[in-house]
Structures are given as C-alpha cells and as structure tokens.
Design a protein around this ligand. Structure first.
Ligand code: PRP
Ligand code: HPA
Length: 176
C-alpha cells in the first residue's frame, strides 16, 4: 500500500552519521511516539495475517518487542521474546550471528512455543538479515513453522530480505 508506506516514511526520522560517519540511521522512535502511525504499522502487519493461522508472535529484542507485543495483542495470540544472551531465566537455545564488527547471540526459552506452532517473527528493521535469520532459526529449532518474518522497514541495499527469501522464509515489509 503506497499511501501507508508514505505515512510510515513521514513518521520515521533519518539521522545522518549515526552510529558512525556515512551511516543514515532510520530512527523509528518517532514512529512509535506517533499514535496513528504506530497503530497503522501494527494494524498493517496484523491485517496481512488475519486470514492465516498464527499461534505465536516472536519479537526480536529490543525494538521487535515493542512492535511484536502490539501485533500479538492485535491478533489475540501469545508473544515470545527472542532476547540477547544472558537475559532469559529458564533453559534456552541460542544462535550466534554476525554484526558489522564481531558477533552477538540471540536466545529463546526451550519451551516458548506450543507444539507445531505457526509463528510470525517480528522486528522493526531488516538490514543485513543476520539478526532476523538467527531468530528464524531459533523458532525452527524449537519445532515452529515460520509463516513469515515481518518488518516495518527494509534497507534493501544490505540484502537482508533477499537472504531470508533464499532460505524460503516469506518476508513482509511495509516500507523499503
Ligand atoms: C537493529 C534492528 C534489528 C537489527 C537489524 O537492532 O532493530 O534488530 O539491528 O540488523 P541486521 O539485519 O543487519 O541484523 P540492534 O542490533 O541495533 O539491537 P537493539 O534493537 O537492541 O538496539
Ligand atoms: N536503523 C535502525 N537500526 C539499524 C539500522 C538503521 O538504519 N541499520 C542497522 N540497524
């Protein structure tokens, strides 16, 4: 929906040279603090999956918690946090993924999903796709089926959406 994409684009702020010179950082805090824009983004994602069976929404720390929690609530399904390492109290499985410099690790509770769960993975933004791919693989390792991975914004030059698609993950993006 081009009109939706334009409304979302107008609500997202771009900060030059953050966190490093030459990077144009998409700042979604201005979207989250704009009630109608936040509601538009959440309803657009929830609406795309209204005709599918979804059992759980899995959100990726940190900004994926804000969006994913709201999407789960809108869909009336449970929310599962995929967290940075060392934050979850019960037994976990984990996946390391590459950052621009070095690596990080995501974790999920081993009992976070119901059997044969159909899962929607949510984050605010996909850049290289390393974070989202780690999240998808964690859901799959728990026996879940990833119906789709959904993002408000894609940075297509970084190839993340193509990387997920190459792994047969359905990708939903509101704004490129
Ligand atoms: C950002 C963003 C995604 C990820 C995308 O999170 O919210 O989770 O980077 O990058 P990628 O596609 O190249 O993996 P960040 O790692 O900054 O963590 P934060 O949400 O905890 O700030
Ligand atoms: N904005 C927010 N998060 C990000 C970005 C960005 O431009 N690039 C990589 N992670």
């Amino acid at each position: 929906d081009p009109a939706l994409a334009e409304r979302l684009r107008a609500a997202i702020r771009t900060i030059p040279d953050y966190p490093k010179p030459g990077i144009l950082f998409r700042d979604i805090t201005t979207l989250l603090s704009n009630g109608p824009a936040f509601q538009d983004a959440v309803n657009a994602i929830a609406g795309r999956f209204a005709d599918e069976r979804i059992d759980s929404v899995a959100g990726i720390e940190a900004r994926g918690f804000v969006l994913g929690g709201a999407v789960a609530h809108a869909m009336g399904v449970g929310f599962v946090p995929i967290r940075k390492s060392g934050k979850l109290p019960h037994r976990t499985i984990s996946r390391e993924y590459a950052l621009e410099y070095g690596t990080d690790r995501l974790e999920v509770h081993i009992d976070a999903l119901p059997d044969n769960a159909r899962v929607l993975v949510i984050d605010d933004l996909i850049a290289t796709g390393g974070t989202a791919l780690a999240g998808v693989e964690l859901v799959e390792e728990l026996g879940g089926h990833v119906v789709a991975a959904a993002f408000v914004i894609d940075l297509p030059d970084l190839g993340g959406a193509a990387r997920l698609a190459a792994r047969d993950v359905h990708v939903e993006i509101l704004l490129s």
